[in-house]
Write a new protein. Structure first.
Ligand SMILES: [Zn+2]
Length: 369
């Protein structure tokens, strides 16, 4: 294993924010990097593989060349911190520390940002919502995102969350605005708990298009306290009702792929496919291949065939002559809080507690730190 470091001087503005007793979140911000250059003031570099530490006075750039092909498992190689609380990487400024971990699949490193929870939330609000939205909508989003992150803190591994749509998209310190900071501070330590007192991930999405879904209706797993709720609030904004047509022959291939991927099954009679009547309140499609009845989740078609064809799971599939038609509403998976619905409720004067109570009616708001 070779881990080389070097130094050069660049500028960094030192700013400091104090957070008391706030848990830290480890966020994966860079994947499989051959080289990592970090910049900061009075940086402390720790190389974990040989247990050595070094402190650099003034503003410095530390360069890491990551070639650790002999390590097959992830391992913490190095960490960098600054007494200012800020470090820059890839022209972006991050609060907290940066950690380099061996990527298990390549000779390269993953980069992880260890950041105070509420600082993480303040940067995320600009990415997952919009910093200019009403403060009560931002506060509802802050609680939902904090709940999602907090639930992941106790998981094993070198990081808790990815900064991607797989988890939540968090920004950098440059995405923190006075309003997102306010929304994070005003809800500090607040999370949602399910009716049995369990912390469950509080999911959210862009636009439900009329109603939300429970996790089991979309992904299959049951989460504590989720309920499907009506949302007549989001229809005026965001993506308009959408419609897509495909040749009828495509349907057989689509069903065949869904059956083999999610149900370990296949179509027994490709020439004799009959779709049973679908409707907006159904989350599953039913069809016969020959005499065999199949039932598949609508969301699995979206997973396999993409968001361009199926922007949401809220759609109706119909066979019309020689083609099939997907007609739907909304954008996103549809589970939990509808962000455009939250926007409309905030505009109407609802507080963040009212908004959360609408989308998570069985959950309780708890302040845990
Ligand atoms: Zn909605």
């Amino acid at each position: 294993m070779i881990l080389k470091t070097g130094c050069s001087i660049l500028l960094l503005t030192a700013v400091s924010t104090v957070w008391a007793r706030v848990p830290e979140v480890k966020v994966l911000i860079g994947k499989s990097l051959a080289e990592v250059n970090v910049l900061g003031t009075d940086l402390k570099k720790t190389l974990h593989y040989n247990k050595s530490s070094q402190q650099f006075a003034g503003r410095k750039m530390i360069k890491f060349k990551c070639q650790a092909a002999n390590l097959k498992r992830p391992e913490l190689l190095a960490s960098v911190s600054s007494p200012t609380g800020f470090i820059s990487w890839d022209d972006s400024k991050f609060q907290g520390e940066l950690e380099l971990v061996k990527n298990p699949k390549t000779p390269n490193c993953d980069l992880i940002n260890k950041v105070p929870m509420d600082s993480y939330i303040a940067s995320l609000l600009s990415k997952e919502m919009n910093a200019t939205w009403p403060i009560e909508a931002l506060k509802a989003q802050a609680v939902a995102a904090r709940t999602y992150a907090y639930q992941r803190i106790n998981t094993d591994g070198f990081y808790h969350l990815e900064s991607s749509e797989k988890d939540q998209v968090s920004g950098t310190f440059l995405d923190v605005t006075q309003r997102t900071l306010q929304a994070s501070k005003d809800t500090q330590g607040e999370i949602l708990m399910g009716p049995t007192g369990k912390i469950t991930p509080a999911f959210f999405h862009s636009k439900c298009g009329g109603k939300t879904y429970r996790p089991d209706q979309v992904w299959g797993g049951m989460e504590d306290g989720y309920q499907q709720v009506e949302c007549p609030f989001c229809h005026k904004t965001g993506m308009k009702p959408w419609k897509h047509e495909l040749g009828k022959a495509k349907l057989t291939d689509m069903f065949d792929r869904v059956l083999s991927k999610y149900y370990s099954d296949k179509i027994s009679n490709r020439r004799d496919i009959k779709l049973l009547k679908d409707s907006a309140d159904r989350t599953e499609l039913r069809f016969y291949s020959g005499t065999k009845l199949h039932v598949v989740k609508k969301s699995y078609l979206r997973n396999l065939f993409g968001r361009e064809l199926l922007p949401s799971n809220n759609y109706v599939l119909d066979v019309k002559g020689g083609h099939i038609e997907f007609a739907g509403h909304g954008y996103g998976h549809g589970v939990g809080m509808c962000q455009l619905g939250a926007l409309e409720l905030a505009k109407r004067g609802y507080t963040y507690k009212d908004i959360l109570a609408h989308y998570f009616p069985q959950h309780q708001l708890k302040k845990i730190y």
